[in-house]
Design a protein around this ligand. Structure first.
Ligand SMILES: [Zn+2]
Length: 179
């Protein structure tokens, strides 16, 4: 019986501590992603290792609109937040990629240049923050050996048109994460 009592106690503590900071978050960190707390979506990467490349120029007059998170090949890529695997996608630019939809269906998280998907990952899967969804690679136009995760966030009005949307800079959101 004792372990059960302890479990209940821990749950109560978790619930009460999880409820308290939400109001302060709204005041201090207004953003398109609202109250959602993201984690850095690459295992082992700390906030101070991130570089803001959101406004960098890319080919054909495009702007990067994303952050590149450098990590060794095969490093686990983690779901930045809870949500659903909306689309597993292959393209010349992004290579092997994932579109994840947020739980409230207002935000898209895009992970690209992947080496491979996590085993058994399929479209429609629900994922929890921190779940391993893929592995860092150099697919698409990353350049051979230039292993990194290309990660972008966009606010969408229609999740069925997941490739459209207003880009949000992930850098300040990830930079303020506490691991
Ligand atoms: Zn990139």
């Amino acid at each position: 019986m004792r372990p059960l009592v302890l479990q209940v106690l821990v749950c109560v503590l978790l619930i009460s501590s999880a409820c308290e900071p939400i109001e302060t978050q709204i005041e201090t960190k207004p953003s398109f992603v609202g109250q959602v707390e993201l984690i850095i979506p690459v295992q082992g990467v700390q906030p101070e290792h991130l570089t803001d490349t959101f406004d960098d120029a890319r080919s054909e007059g495009r702007v990067h609109d994303a952050i590149d998170i450098v990590a060794p090949a095969g490093t686990p890529v983690l779901a930045a937040t809870d949500g659903k695997i909306l689309k597993l996608f292959q393209s010349d630019r992004g290579g092997t990629a994932i579109y994840q939809l947020s739980t409230d269906e207002k935000t898209i998280y895009y992970y690209a240049h992947l080496q491979r998907y996590a085993d058994n990952l399929i479209e429609g899967n629900s994922v929890r923050q921190g779940d391993v969804i893929a592995y860092v690679g150099d697919s698409g136009n990353a350049g051979p050996g230039n292993y990194h995760l290309h990660f972008s966030i966009s606010a969408v009005s229609d999740p069925k048109r997941y490739w459209e949307g207003t880009s949000i800079n992930p850098y300040p959101l990830l930079r303020s994460t506490v691991r």
